[in-house]
Design a protein around this ligand. Sequence first.
Ligand SMILES: *[C@@H]1O[C@H](CO)[C@@H](O)[C@H](O)[C@H]1NC(C)=O
Ligand SMILES: *[C@@H]1O[C@H](CO)[C@@H](O)[C@H](O)[C@H]1NC(C)=O
Length: 347
Amino acid sequence: MRLMGRQLILKVLLGSAFMGLLMLLVNQQQSPCIPSLDLWPSSQKAPTEDPLGLSSRKFEWQTRTPHPLDLRYPYPYPFLINHPDKCEGPRGAPFLLMLVMTRPQDVGIRQAIQQTWGNETLVPDVVIRRLFVLGLSLPLFAQELQALLEEEDREHGDLLQVGFLDTYHNLTLKVLKGLEWMAQYCPTAHYVFKVDSDVFLNPSYLVKQVLQPNGPLWPNFITGRIYRKSVPFRIRGHKWYMPPELYPQDRYPDYCGGPGYVMSGPLALRILTVAQRIKAIYLEDVFVGLCLKQLGVKPTPPPPNTFLMSRRKYDHCAFHRLVLVHRIQPQELLQIWPDFLRANITC
Ligand SMILES: *[C@@H]1O[C@H](CO)[C@@H](O)[C@H](O)[C@H]1NC(C)=O
Ligand SMILES: *[C@@H]1O[C@H](CO)[C@@H](O)[C@H](O)[C@H]1NC(C)=O
């Protein structure tokens, strides 16, 4: 009883604090002296119709009060843990550069990936390079975690740490800094694969069936699960809430779903170039879609049902005929992997 009473008091206190904060925010939004609100004066003005005006707007916006979800980009966030010669070697430029998005604290997840689909030597005769891209941890545990990261990196040499706060809303920065790294240290990689860490991946199928090492390198190639004409979430508090101030249009451009998409090296470099001029939004996959639209490039559909954006129960034969399954936890990955590698099962 006593405990419940305390909980109630706590809830009431938290509730009123939250309401107070909300009032503060609402008041601020109504206040005419906040300059950032008049930057996107009407939703009729689609930024894509005015690419040059847009670029100046980007900087105008950022010198004023930024929206909490606004991203500071372009910006010279430094590489704090780096491997400049990752792509060098006797076998030349990698066929596939895997940029795996993880958070600093995800030590166990990285270990599971290294032992399973992240294994660079899994596909014979093809050079694959893997880097885990991460930002800075929250100040609370920063020092302890940083020492652990450096130790982890001494052992595996596969971390790319960038100097910005590692939060969900900064994911776009992670992807763009990954591409910047590629442009600087690995510009002749044939393909770049952006992948999240909560997936199952079948690198053999990706390389042999989708990318085809002996085929031509298509300069405008990008594939993944394609989302067409999706509508932004406008309900505050939703994980993917998109404030109209940051993106006023009613539809997103066609884009490949964030859990995993693969693009040719030349296209990756061009995406990075236009990304310097387009206003960055925190939904990284949608932002890449905006860059593609600007470039006039359409995503190529993958073989049917090969990029699954929702969980699927493990099945040896089914998993051999697809590229990616989203929402697979590391324990499960480690558990299914030995069976996945068994060669004596006929499908
Ligand atoms: C990676 O795969 C190769 C070939 O299948 C295997 O010999 C090696 O032990 C694997 N490495 C790890 C870290 O699992
Ligand atoms: C993104 O990182 C920057 C630089 O560390 C930080 O100031 C900002 O708060 C982060 N933004 C979000 C939305 O997390």
